[in-house]
Design a binder for this molecule. Structure first.
Ligand code: HEM
Length: 499
């Protein structure tokens, strides 16, 4: 008898669930999209490999604004410059929240960071502080010597490999470069690259980054939290958190030590600890807030610039005429000025190289779907209803290929575009928004660009490269690995030759 009652209650629950879903969606005129199944929505139709290309394919079928569902959650993807402007400029405030994500929430100490906090008064205070201090032009400039020193180290390593015509792993080298720079900028720590401390830092970082990018069942099916536990996701998330927290706690302890030797340049955590001591915000800025904000800097700062330069070198290998032109510019400049290394100041004088940096971020924007936004109040875009609580992604990868803006061959890697057209990535030219735009735009844009430029320019100055083992450029695998930033899934191996 008991079984029959439980069965009947379960059936009634499922029936009510469907009824609720039906009523809930009936009144809205949602953007077009593929037909989904009850309960699961469109989850079975999604591809996780190369999501930006996958959604660009859907956009061809359904248009520049499309909708679908994962479980209960309504999702919208925008793929044109015009609608990106509508979302990120005209309706920016209404889309300034971030959607719920169990892993991000847990690992950022309950969203005390900048990237995943909603558009709250606390968020506005830390964002303002970030723009004025953490990421200000002055602070970016104070770490110039760090970036240049680490870039020299990277070139020395490639030099050694060039002596024996050994292939180098550009992906690994770039990650080591960004990891070292970020450790010095964020914590004032200079680790031995192959030492145990650096290995520990990298393990922690990769764990944290993987949790940020992970899909949790309970985000889309709130009643399925037990599946996160069964599959081991919850345990993995907690282990990553433990390791990260122990490390950050140690860093904070060192910073609080009155006998600590003051570093030559004030690191970002020093600045955050001053805020902790002064408590200038309306809400309390605890040690957990310090950890959460510094985590953003570390996570966002390491992956992005490294991924971008790797994509750049990949496209240059596929487009040798662009490689030659870029090399000619940097080498002529170095010869005329008697230089063997290009500094950040030199890069400003290299128009083709600067166009190359932009073209690299256009053809493979490293956060191709931006960080998702959450719709705060019911609204309309392009005549369609967007209900409150909808998760919205801007497919920057598709926007960067919007033929209306970029002409007939948007897939061609051609830096000249940026010499012919005055477009910048500062967030006001909506056809080119690799750093996003509006209130949630990347605050680390200047720092990110600076971290890309010096290693990129010096790779072009000092070496010619070829693919190993007679591999042909068209054989390079272009798949992406999903995470915070989209890396090339297979590491880029190149054989350097000294110039
Ligand atoms: C090439 C390098 C980089 C690229 C392409 C990049 C791109 C982006 C993008 C697309 C977003 C989301 C913007 C949006 O939602 O509209 C973002 C957010 C963010 N980025 Fe970057 N980024 C880079 C480097 C950095 C660096 C070096 C830092 C810090 C050290 C940083 C810190 C952040 C933070 C804190 C956010 C969240 C902002 C918020 O939600 O208010 N980024 N970035």
């Amino acid at each position: 008898m008991e079984d029959i009652i439980i069965g009947a209650v379960a059936l009634a629950a499922v029936f009510l669930f469907f009824l609720y879903q039906k009523q809930n969606t009936k009144q809205y005129k949602l953007p077009p999209g593929p037909l989904g199944l009850p309960v699961i929505g469109n989850i079975h139709q999604l591809e996780s490999l190369n999501p930006q290309r996958f959604f660009a394919g859907w956009a061809k079928k359904y248009g520049p604004i499309l909708s679908f569902k994962i479980g209960k959650r309504a999702m919208v993807v925008i793929s044109s410059a015009e609608l990106a402007k509508e979302l990120l400029k005209t309706q920016d405030v209404n889309f300034a929240d971030r959607p719920q994500h169990r892993g991000q929430e847990f690992i950022t100490y309950g969203r005390r960071d900048m990237a995943f906090n909603n558009y709250t008064p606390y968020y506005r205070e830390i964002r303002k502080m970030g723009m004025n201090h953490l990421f200000s032009p002055t602070r970016v400039a104070t770490f110039k010597h760090v970036r240049e020193e680490e870039a020299r180290r990277m070139m020395d390593k490639i030099n050694k490999a060039a002596e024996t015509s050994e292939a180098v792993d550009i992906s690994e080298l770039m990650l080591t470069f960004t990891n070292s720079v970020v450790c010095r900028q964020a914590f004032g720590k200079k680790y031995n690259e192959d030492g145990e401390e650096m290995k520990r830092f990298i393990k922690i970082l990769y764990g944290t980054q993987s949790v940020f990018g992970m899909t949790f069942f309970s985000d889309f099916f709130p009643f399925c939290r037990f599946l996160d536990d069964w599959t081991g996701l919850t345990k993995y998330m907690m282990e990553c958190f433990e390791r990260q927290d122990t490390y950050l706690q140690e860093i904070i302890k060192e910073t609080l030590n009155p006998n600590k030797v003051k570093p030559e340049t004030e690191s970002m955590i020093d600045l955050l600890m001053e805020i902790y001591k002064d408590q200038p915000f309306a809400s309390e800025f605890t040690l957990e807030n310090v950890k959460a904000v510094v985590l953003d800097i570390v996570v966002a700062g390491t992956d992005t610039a490294a991924a971008a330069v790797v994509w750049g070198m990949t496209y240059l290998t596929k487009y040798p005429q662009v490689m030659k032109k870029a090399q000619a510019e940097v080498r002529d400049y170095a010869r005329e000025n008697g230089l063997t290394f290009l500094s950040e100041d030199d890069v400003k004088n290299l128009p083709y190289f600067r166009a190359l940096v932009k073209e690299t971020l256009r053809i493979e924007p490293v956060i191709p779907l931006l960080v998702a936004r959450n719709c705060i109040k019911d609204t309309k875009i392009a005549g369609y209803d967007i209900p409150a609580g909808t998760t919205v992604n801007v497919n920057v990868w598709a926007v960067s290929r919007d033929e209306k803006e970029w002409g007939p061959n948007p897939d061609e890697f051609r830096p000249e575009r940026f010499l012919e057209k005055e477009v910048d990535f500062k967030g006001t030219d909506y056809e080119f928004i690799p750093f996003g735009s509006g209130r949630r735009m990347c605050p680390g844009m200047r720092l990110g660009a600076a971290m890309m430029e010096v290693p990129y320019a010096n790779l072009l100055l000092k070496f010619n490269f070829r693919l190993p083992n007679g591999m042909k450029p068209e054989e390079i695998n272009m798949d992406v690995m999903t995470g915070v930033a989209m890396h090339k899934s297979q590491h880029l191996m190149l054989v350097p030759e000294k110039v």
